[in-house]
Design a protein around this ligand. Structure first.
Ligand SMILES: [Zn+2]
Length: 206
């Protein structure tokens, strides 16, 4: 099948976009200090032009190229509908997991019956992550800008880390010293076994 040429991209146009200072460097002082001080000084890059249509995400054009559906050695827990993966990247937090349906679905087209299972699963994951020594809370994030396949992130906030409250925790993950592989494996195993105790299987591909 011949490749279809990429559609021509053009600046996005909406009441929101028309007021943006594209090309200018914006003042980031509202981020410095802020309600949860973590950053002393931050300099933003100039605001890039916003072009549409956007480039396709991984697995958007060809679900066969989607890695999110596959059960791999990084799958720490799975049941018939959902899986949780971890350990494919270094983390400075006690635990990070990716939560995704087993089937290749987007949030937009996921069956309501499948989505109905997500709330109880988030509750189970939160409780499992808090069993990891040194963890106070489990944060959840859903961006879906990289892979099209519906997925959420579970991030463990270290106990007592007031600078890690809110969305700032994702930035701290990049800068805290990466977990030693043995500690990462121990923590993954704690989460996997706690989840499996409520149904499903720990490490189904190992
Ligand atoms: Zn997929």
């Amino acid at each position: 099948m011949p490749d279809t040429p990429a559609p021509e991209r053009h600046p996005a146009d909406s009441p929101y976009h028309r007021r943006l200072p594209i090309g200018q460097r914006l003042d980031a002082s509202a981020v410095d200090g802020g309600p949860v001080p973590s950053i002393e000084s931050m300099t933003m890059l100039p605001l890039d032009e916003m072009l549409v249509p956007e480039l396709p995400r991984r697995g958007e054009l060809d679900p066969g190229e989607c890695g999110t559906c596959r059960v791999t050695e990084h799958t720490l827990w799975a049941d018939e509908d959902w899986q949780v993966k971890s350990g494919f990247d270094e983390t400075g937090l006690p635990f990070i997991g990716a939560i995704a349906p087993r089937a290749h679905v987007l949030l937009e087209d996921a069956p309501v019956e499948l989505l109905a299972g997500l709330g109880p699963l988030m509750q189970r994951i939160s409780e499992a992550v808090k069993l990891v020594p040194g963890v106070a809370r489990c944060h959840f994030g859903r961006w879906n800008d990289g892979s099209a396949h519906l997925h959420l992130w579970a991030l463990a906030r270290p106990a007592g880390m007031m600078q890690g409250r809110g969305a700032m925790l994702a930035f701290w993950d990049e800068v805290l010293p990466p977990l030693e592989p043995e500690l990462a494996e121990t923590n993954n195993r704690i989460v996997a076994e706690a989840l499996a105790a409520g149904g499903g299987r720990a490490f189904p591909a190992r």
